[in-house]
Ligand binder design. Structure first.
Ligand SMILES: Nc1ncnc2c1ncn2[C@@H]1O[C@H](COP(=O)(O)OP(=O)(O)OP(=O)(O)O)[C@@H](O)[C@H]1O
Length: 247
């Protein structure tokens, strides 16, 4: 019962006084991402957005501080132990595996799938509009379809936290909107906690409830998307958004 309620309401993600250092670039994060909400992570190139996601995913480990997911301490847990899925801008798929196999990896890294797993994969493929393309290889798909496969794999993993690191950045505007609407629709059915890195203000506006804004390795503004995009939004964000509006 408690697990059911948690699954429906999502889990919070907290970076508790975490610090990190890349070749002299210092990053420090102390913030909580609201449970079950979509939060856009924005900021100039090199401000630390991917690093923040990598700390949550476990691809990087903080020098100090803690990573809490649903209140539990995952600071030293490996990526596979974390209740997290991630979709990157590209290179999400194995070139020699077909669509169904690439998605099936989300259920079992050795692709030992039972009947229920196959049915979960089929559902995810249908949900992401990939029905009928199960046997295709990644190179036989469009860029948008490849990102659908990556999203389908994240869905069959069924983890409460979904990290999206500019997953639709290489797609044209119409396809990007379609993919964003797909993410929003999936989120409406299954309120995962989604951290969504994007450079596009209109993408954040379309699907995110909250925004965090990074500059030089730390969060300099955070709040609701409604506040960020109002005339009284944070000045640094408005300057940044203005310069990215046409990108
Ligand atoms: N593997 C790495 N080794 C050394 N420095 C790195 C590495 N990855 C990132 N950095 C540095 O850490 C800082 C933050 O990088 P990060 O990729 O998190 O920024 P970002 O906000 O995601 O940028 P972008 O919008 O360009 O993707 C940058 O100064 C970057 O040069």
């Amino acid at each position: 019962m408690i697990a059911e309620v948690l699954a429906r309401s999502g889990v919070s993600v907290r970076l508790d006084e975490t610090t990190f250092d890349y070749d002299g670039m210092k990053l420090d994060f102390d913030l909580t991402f609201a449970a079950g909400e979509i939060t856009a992570v924005m900021g100039p190139s090199g401000s630390g957005k991917s690093t923040l996601l990598n700390l949550v995913a476990g691809f990087e480990v903080p020098l100090t501080g803690r990573v809490l997911i649903g209140g539990d301490d995952y600071t030293n847990a490996s990526p596979s132990e974390r209740p997290v899925s991630m979709v990157f801008q590209e290179n999400n798929l194995f070139a020699h595996l077909d669509v169904a196999q690439n998605v099936g990896l989300g259920r079992s890294p050795s692709l030992t799938l039972d009947k229920a797993d196959h049915s979960t994969v089929a559902d995810a493929l249908a949900r992401t509009g990939l029905g009928g393309k199960e046997r295709r290889l990644p190179r036989e798909l469009s860029g948008g379809e490849r990102q659908r496969v990556a999203l389908a794999r994240a869905l069959v993993r069924d983890r409460p936290v979904l990290l999206l690191d500019e997953p639709f950045a290489s797609l044209g505007p119409a396809l990007r909107e379609e993919m964003l609407d797909l993410v929003a629709a999936v989120h409406a059915e299954r309120p995962m906690t989604i951290l969504f890195v994007t450079h596009q203000p209109e993408d954040a506006r379309r699907i995110a409830r909250n925004v965090v804004f990074l500059e030089d390795g730390s969060v300099t503004a955070s709040g609701t998307a409604a506040d960020f995009f109002s005339a009284d939004g944070p000045a640094a964000f408005q300057r940044y958004a203005g310069s990215n509006a046409g990108r």
